[in-house]
Design a protein around this ligand. Structure first.
Ligand code: AMP
Ligand code: ZN
Length: 306
């Protein structure tokens, strides 16, 4: 498929989801309203992804879709992925500054220099707020967590699987390198079973994050060489352009060192996370089984709504 044909395929699936009123346009690519049916499927995927981790008895915790700017800066998001980031700006000026702002609005002029950085940023990955909360030494038997929430990444696209605002279910393990890597293996077993049970084809690959620029290319290569990121890719737009619907990341001691987290026996903690892209799985289900949920195979709906 040529790049032009791929864009047409993206727009075609997006338009089918609009026509079926599953997604509702908001005027910006990658920002959509969702119907009750879309949400029902998404919640079914989330429940199934959550249930897969219950055997680990995780601490389940939710955070708002924003993180402190201090965390956002500490995790190097702005340095590594400036093209995706969403720091929040607000107005902190006086009456004179306000008049200037209103003037710019009236004239449809750029007003970005009338705003200033706030103390929060939109969450880029829903596991980030967890790590600073774990500062100190983990108790015996601690180190399993599960969270779900909205993320923001600035990647506007007509592809309905590439959103600016989307939800992840994440399972997180913090512990020794062996703890984290053996835990990741359990997910390497579990994820294919879930995807097969809901009738999604996939393949697995070592992958990299979209680190920015020339320095980023080196980081991407090293991430692949060290096998830090595994993706489960679903070929919604053909085998040549599959989309990552689930990822497993090994962060080594990155967060343990940054936030001063140690294991129960005092060593610097390592961590890993498994992230389910809930909208991506949901859109992949509509692409695979059609936009009319009443026609989906019982084998699939019985997994989503047991
Ligand atoms: P990551 O934190 O990059 O490993 O992402 C975890 C999962 O979130 C991926 O496997 C995707 O399923 C999903 N995801 C990442 N970016 C997007 C996006 N722009 N739109 C929708 N889902 C996404
Ligand atoms: Zn994560």
């Amino acid at each position: 498929m040529s790049p032009e044909e791929l864009v047409l395929a993206h727009a075609d699936l997006r338009d089918r989801l609009f026509a079926a009123k599953l997604l509702v346009p908001c005027g910006v690519d990658g920002l959509y309203g969702r119907s009750a049916t879309f949400e029902k499927v998404l919640n079914g995927v989330d429940a199934a992804a959550y249930a897969l981790g219950i055997v680990d008895d995780p601490i389940t915790i939710s955070f708002p879709p924003m993180i402190p700017r201090s965390t956002f800066e500490a995790v190097d998001y702005l340095r590594n992925f400036p093209q995706l980031c969403g720091p929040v700006f607000t107005f902190t000026g006086d009456n004179k500054d306000h008049s200037e702002l209103v003037h710019r609005l009236d004239e449809h002029e750029d007003y970005s220099d009338c705003l200033s950085l706030s103390e929060v940023a939109l969450t880029p990955a829903c596991c980030y707020p967890l790590y600073p909360s774990l500062v100190g030494q983990l108790g015996d038997g601690d180190g399993w967590y599960s969270t779900m929430g909205y993320c923001f990444r600035h990647e506007p696209s007509v592809d309905p699987m590439r959103l600016q605002a989307f939800q992840q279910r994440e399972h997180i393990r913090v512990g020794t390198p062996d703890d984290v890597l053996s835990w990741r293996e359990t997910w390497v077993d579990r994820i294919p079973k879930l995807l097969e049970s809901i009738g999604l084809e996939f393949r697995t690959e070592f992958a990299n994050d979209p680190f920015f620029g020339r320095a980023g290319r080196l980081m991407s290569r090293s991430q692949i060489e060290q096998e830090l990121k595994i993706e489960w890719l679903v070929p919604v737009f053909g085998e040549d352009h599959p989309t990552a619907c689930v990822s497993a990341n090994y962060h080594q001691n990155h967060f343990g060192e940054l936030f001063g987290i140690s294991t129960a026996d005092g060593a610097e903690a390592h961590s890993g996370c498994v992230g389910f892209g809930l909208e991506r799985c949901t859109v992949a289900l509509f692409a695979a089984h059609g936009t009319d949920v009443s026609m989906w195979p019982d084998s699939v709906t019985s997994v989503l709504w047991p």
